[in-house]
Design a protein around this ligand. Structure first.
Ligand SMILES: [Zn+2]
Length: 604
């Protein structure tokens, strides 16, 4: 822990959780709370909730929840002090640092500063480079575009940036860690990683520079050079241009994924604002999770024979499993989005997007092009391959459509469409059962994971637990009935570890202060199993449940317990009768006690 206290409460008060979450999740207001797709697990229906009154968030899918600090910590991958510092800056709260704390000022902050200084340096260098300016003009980039995307130029010498960073008092260690310079191999000292390249800063959701892409302006190799992985720059979940595209992706409910920086800029500037690019890596599950926060509709635009396209096809099952509607766009030969849009062909590009086809159709197209479909042999070989592709389509509607489309290539087609389709379907099903045999481990473990880790919504709990939770929720949120309830149902008699603990704490607070202060209650149960339950109650109860009379719930719980005791008593009686329990056993005593407890008063 640091040697000073953060003004956490002051920062919390000035933050608007809804606004902060909205930078990462598309939220919709439903009643008192906001809902959206959880950024921390993969889901199709929103179970991520934000409560604006209490400034709390909670996901009923994966069980994660907390306040504004824990959200920023998790979503930005920060430590608690880092999250506090970041929010403090955002809302204008000054944090006084001791020397020691200042020294410990997070590495991330220093790396952000190094990147920022480098970005400014590259922009300045662009202004004084006739060559770079001429190149940009040739590529048709307006000055406003250059400014918006903060484009720059890395000079061709080996140490221009290095010297500038040193002058700005950025340590070589930090500059190396930020991926800006490298230690020399044969001698002392360092050298610039990016030389004589057009520079594209890569920004995070808060428009901070996390890395760079550098593009050669002539024929050099590699054409694109990206920053190495750094604590700030994690390639397999970063998408270039997302900071600008986020809003358009949400409002269009679709994203266009292209291959290069220039493609992103050309597309966004031409009005296709929902465009992003991967950074020289294949699409990963983490990319899919990032995209899933905004939309489930993806159009992939890759050069047909590029590594990117091959990787996209390989990663298509990730999209399928996550329930995406994924289409692939075939650019006219020799064109990419940048070249097409630079030529002013906006409507042409729009119609190419419209003609994008499903992944299965695309893969089938590739197979058809590879085989000689005019010969019986070629057709038979192609169909065998195609059946495998169709089998991988997740939706039966898609599979049937593809079978219908391809039946015409089947040898049986001359004798009848239905026959050809039946044969093809049988072949597809054969592949499917093979697929199912090959992946049982994955589906089985995935299933287990969901059942084990996903917290059930309150409505799906057992009647007893549900009644106990609801009763506590009503006491806490309505701030009433506590004495009456606990007279009839002592806190110790709650059956869950968490409900029992929460009931005891509520009861104690109520008898000490005559009311239930929600903030105080939260801090009293912090770190115990009751904390999670309390959050669930804050976020999970709607008005209709809140109107339940407490007395009725007490009745339900008492009845339930009475029934359980009766059942236990009967089971014990049967065992006594059978002779498996004798008078000297502790169970006999238990039976006698139960008889006394459950007998009606007039018999006592
Ligand atoms: Zn979640």
């Amino acid at each position: 822990m640091s040697s000073f206290r953060y003004p956490v409460e002051e920062i919390r008060e000035r933050c608007d959780l809804v606004e902060i979450v909205s930078a990462h999740v598309a939220l919709r207001k439903t009643g008192r709370t906001y809902k959206g797709l959880c950024p921390f697990h993969n889901e199709k229906t929103p179970s991520f909730n934000v409560d604006p009154d209490r400034q709390l968030w909670k996901c009923f899918g994966c069980g994660e929840g907390g306040d504004v600090f824990s959200f920023v910590q998790k979503v930005e991958n920060l430590t608690f002090p880092e999250a506090v510092e970041q929010l403090a800056r955002k809302v204008g709260v000054t944090i006084e640092h001791s020397d020691q704390a200042a020294k410990a000022l997070s590495e991330r902050d220093r790396l952000f500063r190094a990147n920022n200084v480098a970005c400014t340096f590259f922009r300045k260098s662009l202004e004084s480079s006739a060559k770079a300016k001429e190149y940009l003009a040739r590529r048709g980039l307006a000055q406003s575009t250059v400014e918006k995307y903060r484009l720059g130029y890395a000079p061709g010498n080996w140490d221009d940036l290095l010297n500038h960073l040193m002058r700005q008092r950025i340590s070589p260690a930090d500059a190396v860690k930020a991926g800006l310079i490298k230690p020399r191999e044969s001698s002392q000292g360092f050298y610039d990683i990016f030389r004589d390249r057009l520079m594209f800063p890569i920004l995070d959701s808060q428009e901070r520079v996390i890395g760079f892409g550098g593009r050669v302006m002539g024929d050099g190799e590699p054409k694109y050079l990206n920053s190495p992985e750094t604590p700030l720059f994690v390639k397999n979940r970063t998408l270039y241009g997302l900071n600008f595209a986020r809003r358009a992706i949400t409002s269009n409910d679709s994203v266009l994924i292209v291959e290069g920086y220039m493609d992103v800029i050309a597309a966004q500037e031409a009005g296709f604002e929902n465009t992003v690019a991967t950074l020289g890596t294949a699409l990963t599950e983490e990319h899919v999770n990032v995209i899933a926060r905004f939309t489930r509709n993806v159009v992939l635009s890759f050069d047909a024979d590029s590594a990117g396209m091959k990787a996209a096809l390989r990663s298509s099952p990730i999209f399928e499993r996550a329930g995406f509607n994924t289409r692939i766009l075939s650019m006219p030969k020799g064109e990419d989005p940048d070249s097409m849009l630079r030529g002013g062909n906006v409507s042409g590009f729009a119609s190419v997007i419209k003609s994008a086809v499903s992944i299965s159709d695309f893969r089938i197209g590739l197979i058809l092009a590879r085989y000689d479909m005019s010969s019986d042999e070629g057709r038979a070989d192609a169909l065998k391959k195609i059946a495998g592709v169709i089998a991988e389509a997740e939706s039966v509607v898609d599979r049937e459509r593809l079978i219908r489309n391809l039946a015409k290539y089947h040898p049986n087609f001359s004798t009848g469409t239905t026959l050809a389709e039946d044969h093809l379907r049988a072949e597809v099903n054969r592949f499917r059962s093979k697929l199912a045999r090959n992946v049982p481990n994955r589906t089985e473990s995935a299933k287990k994971e969901t059942v084990g880790s996903v917290k059930k919504p309150i409505t799906k709990l057992s009647l007893l637990r549900r009644s106990e939770c609801l009763l506590l929720g009503i006491i806490i949120l309505r701030n009433s009935d506590a004495n009456k309830v606990f007279d009839a149902l002592p806190p110790k008699e709650f059956t869950g570890e968490d409900t029992c603990l929460l009931a005891q704490t509520v009861s104690r607070l109520y008898s000490e202060t005559g009311k239930i202060d929600q903030e105080r209650l939260r801090s009293e149960v912090a770190g115990t199993p009751a904390e999670k339950l309390l959050m669930d109650l804050f976020m999970g109860l709607d008005d209709s449940e809140m109107n339940h009379p407490a007395s009725e719930l007490v009745h339900v719980i008492q009845n339930h317990k009475k029934n359980e005791r009766r059942q236990r008593m009967r089971a014990l009686a049967a065992q006594i009768q059978a002779g498996t329990i004798s008078r000297s056993d502790p169970e006999y005593e238990e039976w006698a006690r139960l008889v006394k407890e459950t007998s009606s008063p007039w018999r006592r």
